[in-house]
Design a protein around this ligand. Structure first.
Ligand code: IMP
Length: 429
């Protein structure tokens, strides 16, 4: 049962879309298992650029089963828009299946996300404003509305009325906003249910059947380990589990079926939103990385914070998720930026050098990164197809990063297109 989990090993935006698209070619099933339309995957196919927020990246292969599993929070309006766009551009969505258990993002989740962020003032998390946190909160508190509820109009209306009895109090009494009309919300979501009904299924059953048949399933993570609710830089995290283990709970498959965990990293580090970022560069080099790497969010368009590769954080991600191999993206962006630095430890206020990522948020906010300096290179890498053809300094950089992080890079990306990939092998067992 060859299942592979592909996850972000930094703070999201590592370039998972390209890696997934690449690995999807060699899989029969592609499934998303957590997060929602806070994610944004950019996929370049020839001259066409696609930005996906909810549909699994495998959607471009008409013969693959694409699953949005139960651990995802789903904004139906966003999904329907995305599916309409794909259809108009000639992409078939016939093989998409959505879990009946996926929780639905409601208008009050989006409103509360925005209102709560404003309320936080200087302590803002910098959420994507898509209602992700409030939707997961309702799931946890057992008042959430699921995909299957959208298919049962009367029960849906009752649940919306019950939810809005509480949310409208919050909206009106705490935030001074007008209340939402349960009948109007219900009518809107019944319509979404009717349109999505053909795709709704027991996706855990489908996935287990396919695994039992020996088909290769690729579980496509969103965000990254450092944004994980349990293991990331809390509270500056998302509200789901982007770690590899999230694939089991989110998709309904057992841990024994996972054969490999691929961690995607950039050759440097980026982060959007607030929270600790030890290797952040608030200087010209940071700006250079942002411009050369096109580091603007696919979902919100926000400028990403940029910095040096942080091997301490990446090694933590390898440990927490049992990453068996890496894919290193955007190596080409580093051409002409030198000398390069890799963070190999964190120095605390008392001079101690930490080699392991600290759990204490206070400690993390006080450390200074310890760097190892590496030679840079000036050559463009975008046409290189073999590892041995890379400039010696680029090879040294990759090998040193692998040693420090504790996993080998099976793929290296040297440009946005599918073909601009150096394949070293070793992703699939
Ligand atoms: P939320 O997921 O919208 O609640 O946002 C929580 C935090 O996760 C914020 O710092 C966001 O910027 C970050 N975040 C959420 N999704 C992504 C993503 O796909 N890439 C990078 N950061 C993300």
């Amino acid at each position: 049962m060859p299942a592979v989990v592909l996850i972000g090993a930094q703070w999201g935006d590592e370039g998972k879309g390209k890696t997934t698209d690449f690995l999807a070619e060699q899989s029969q099933v592609i499934a998303r298992y957590q997060g929602g339309n806070n994610a944004g995957h950019t996929i370049v196919l020839g001259t066409e650029v696609y930005k996906l927020h909810l549909a699994p990246s495998g959607i471009f292969y008409p013969d693959k089963l694409c699953v949005i599993a139960g651990g995802v929070v789903l904004d139906p309006a966003v999904l329907l828009q995305e599916l309409d766009d794909l259809r108009q551009r000639g992409v078939s969505i016939a093989n998409l299946r959505i879990s009946a258990n996926a929780h639905i993002i409601m208008p009050y989740h989006r409103l509360l996300d925005e209102l709560e962020e404003n309320e936080r003032g200087a302590d803002k998390i910098g959420t994507t404003g898509r209602g992700i946190g409030p939707a997961y909160r309702d799931k946890i508190s057992r008042s959430g509305i699921r995909m299957q509820d959208l298919l049962e109009p009367e029960a849906l209306t009752a649940k919306i009325r019950s939810n809005l009895a509480e949310k409208n109090l919050l909206l009106t009494k705490i935030y001074g906003r007008p209340p939402l009309d349960p009948e109007a919300v219900s009518a809107e979501y019944r319509e979404y249910g009717a349109r999505l009904a053909p795709y709704v299924a027991d996706t855990a059953l489908l996935l287990n059947e396919r695994l039992n048949r020996g088909e290769r399933v690729l579980f496509e993570g969103a965000q990254g380990v450092m944004l994980d609710l349990d293991h990331g830089t809390y509270p500056f995290v998302t509200s789901s589990n982007p770690v590899a283990g999230g694939a089991c709970t989110g998709a309904g498959v057992g841990p024994m079926c996972i054969d490999a965990v691929v961690g995607v990293i950039k050759a440097y580090t980026t982060r959007v939103g607030a929270g600790p970022f030890p290797t952040e560069l608030a200087d010209e080099t940071g700006e250079q990385l942002r411009q050369r790497g096109g580091e603007y969010g696919a979902t919100t368009g926000r400028a990403r914070r940029c910095g040096w590769l942080d091997a301490v954080a990446a090694r933590y991600a390898v440990r927490i998720s049992g990453i068996s191999s890496l894919t290193m993206m955007k190596l080409d962006v580093l051409s002409g930026i030198g000398p390069l630095k890799i963070c190999v430890g964190y120095r605390t206020a008392d001079g101690t050098v930490l080699k392991d990522f600290p759990l204490s948020a206070r400690l993390l906010s006080q450390i200074t990164p310890v760097y190892e300096e590496m030679r840079g290179w000036d050559e463009a890498l975008d046409g290189i197809k073999e590892f041995d053809r890379l400039p010696a300094a680029a090879r040294d950089y990759v090998r040193r990063a692998e040693d420090l992080i504790g996993a080998r890079a099976a793929l290296l990306s040297v440009g946005p297109e599918r073909e601009q990939t150096i394949v070293r092998g070793g992703v699939f067992p």
